[in-house]
Design a protein around this ligand. Sequence first.
Ligand code: CP
Ligand code: NVA
Length: 310
Amino acid sequence: MPRHFLTLRDLDRSEIEALIARAIDLKKEANRKNLQRTCAGRVLAMVFEKSSTRTRVSFETAMTHLGGHAIFLSANDTQLGRGEPVEDTARVLSNMVDCVMIRIYEHEKLIRFAENSSVPVINGLSDSYHPCQLLADLQTFNEARGDIKGKRIAWFGDGNNMCHSYINAARILDFELIIACPGEYQPDPAIVDAAGDNVTVTQEPGRAAEDADLVVTDTWMSMGQEPEREKRLASFKPFQVTPEVMAQAATDAIFMHCLPAHRGEEVSAEVIDGSQSVVWEEAGNRLHSQKALLEFLLGGGNPPWLPASG
Ligand code: CP
Ligand code: NVA
């Protein structure tokens, strides 16, 4: 079975730390115009059931920089959109390409795709998780504030796919995660429970950001939830990240958002466009962290930069 990356839990702590270190190295090298052709001749298929700017461009650019090629497939323009089963699509694509990245609604369908793929499958966002974004966020935190172990992270807003990936990260990398979230929009209790004492969920945004090293949020309307807009706006209003929220956090706290952002909804313009915001570095790091991920998966999980296990 190939290694897949469907959630952050598909990697262990040392692998994630090595990926982040490699991403930081690759970024330095790319800034010197020194591109590493470690995936020469390799092909990535990218299947999108939902819209994307960052995920599409970062994976496609990553494959080009690494000497390979990426193929963009909109689910609606493929036979998937006409009802070809994911299992059949997985068998066919994995006979032709070296890796598949999928952005999909149902996480369970992604699992079925991976079970039928003979090449690594990457979750480019499902309704349940967004692990690629976490690699970029962890790299960004590391660059700004060093090791995340033992740090305090405050999540504001929806208990959504991003929140679930933060919960997984808290457990694996051993940081404290406080989730401030309205009662109706809590993260999945099974995912929270699996993270043990690394994660606390509160419905009170009042003091959730106190002493936080990172404050992070995401849209209140994930893709597919647009019809719930009015109801969600009302429930989430007290959970906006404002300058008052940032003032409770540590003086050197940073602000992150996976983007796209909605100023005046989940975050005020003063915060996202202010001096504590690292959202542009965070978005740019999608490129570097996914290059490291592609090297890891296409190298059979054993690229030369990964420390030997055991
Ligand atoms: N953050 C993120 O995944 O952005 P896109 O939806 O633009 O890919
Ligand atoms: N939670 C958002 C993330 C977008 C990158 C969504 O699923 O739409």
